[in-house]
Design a protein around this ligand. Structure first.
Ligand code: AMP
Length: 223
């Protein structure tokens, strides 16, 4: 893979996007942009952005489009992304997708694949309740106690910080986030299908299997 590749991971919360994004971005040396992780870092550091988004995040509500688009723009245009990027958790609305397109058009760039993590709601609730994340905000590696456990109980494989449960991984926030996904994010499937860049993968399979499918897709693409 010699040329630049820009990928989007699309899917409901808990579909495994974050887990896969960490490994895939390392393997293909592209930058991983997780808007959720960036917002959590901003909240933790109490930056002006963090103060603006805190309440939305705690309620499991979407942050206003303008704020997210600006954040993504700053990252995509950074040197770190010169080999390409993997967007995880963005876009989540048609207006965000249009914003992304405008940014890419400006720099003569485009998306290669939008990978949709397909999974049923029943599977998601269980996954989110079993999800643990690294408490170190500059790491935030995601685990699942059942499908992708850490090597050492309660500790991150990468930085050995304690694992915690995300504040918004409670039944009420999970339900708000899933409804938002259905209403605001699902229309993006058609949007990207029409552009011919949508690839659907069954996300209820073990993490290793999902990873192999993504790797095969990217490796056979002759960038
Ligand atoms: P995530 O880690 O992707 O589940 O995101 C956690 C929270 O960050 C979401 O529930 C939203 O409050 C906010 N967030 C992350 N990405 C976006 C986005 N693309 N649009 C709006 N809000 C977002």
């Amino acid at each position: 893979m010699d040329e630049k590749v820009n990928i989007v991971f699309l899917g409901p919360p808990g579909a495994g996007k974050g887990t896969q994004a960490a490994g895939i971005s390392r393997r293909f040396a592209i930058c991983h942009i997780s808007t959720g992780n960036l917002f959590r870092q901003a909240v933790e550091a109490q930056t002006p952005l963090g103060r603006q988004v805190k309440a939305y995040m705690e309620a499991g509500a979407l942050v206003p489009d303008e704020l997210v688009i600006q954040l993504v723009k700053d990252h995509i245009q950074s040197k770190r992304c010169k080999r390409g990027f993997l967007l995880d958790g963005f876009p989540r609305t048609v207006s965000q997708a249009q914003g992304l397109e405008a940014i890419l058009r400006q720099q003569g760039d485009c998306l290669r694949w939008v990978i949709y993590f397909d999974i049923q709601e029943e599977d998601l609730v269980q996954r989110l309740l079993h999800r643990r994340v690294c408490s170190n905000v500059s790491c935030q590696q995601t685990y699942n106690l059942r499908t992708f456990p850490p090597q050492q109980e309660g500790k991150c494989d990468r930085c050995h910080s304690p694992l915690i449960r995300r504040k918004d991984d409670n039944r009420e926030s999970i339900s708000t986030r899933f409804r938002d996904f259905e209403k605001k994010t699902q229309p993006l499937l058609d949007y990207y299908r029409k552009k011919g860049i949508l690839v659907q993968i069954p996300a209820n399979r073990p993490a290793k299997e999902v990873e192999e499918r993504i790797v095969r897709l990217l490796e056979n693409d002759n960038f």
